[in-house]
Design a protein. Sequence first.
Length: 188
Amino acid sequence: MKKTVTSLKNHFLVAMPGLHDDNFSGAVIYICEHNKEGAMGLIINQQLDIPAKAVFDRLDLKHSKNQGHELIFDGGPIQQDRGFILHSTSDQTWESTLQIGDDISLSTSKDILSDIALGNGPQNSLITLGYSSWGGGQLEEELKDNCWLLIPAQSSIIFNTDCVHRASAAALSIGLNLDMLALDSGHA
């Protein structure tokens, strides 16, 4: 009996080489929510040239000298003034946290940023500005059109893999070499 996936939550979308969209070319998106109304996710491999410290300063958060050097991410083209924090699931609680996968959660409240700024946050975190969104049925159509490669998510790819290697690591997790998918092949 064929297993039907009803929700793509806790999956990666890896942009296929043929996806020609400035926002998503080369993107790896972690899907945080998916239902019949649509989908929401965060790009996890496009860093901005903004250190987290700049966000802490803008929000008047006290921070330790050791914190805030990591760059934040462009989570997507929608509401780029709004922050989202993907992090390892923790016993700590914050005002607005949603557990997505066994070991991946999403928080959107200022209190988690305050804890991260002081070095008291979750073990792993990734701060994004903005998010990506699809209307009902839109993502399913894009998948049918081969715009995206759908891959079960792994926290190690989000938190322990260099940003530039996340797409290839996600593809390799299902035994696929992204370089073999190139639409144009060059000649030496």
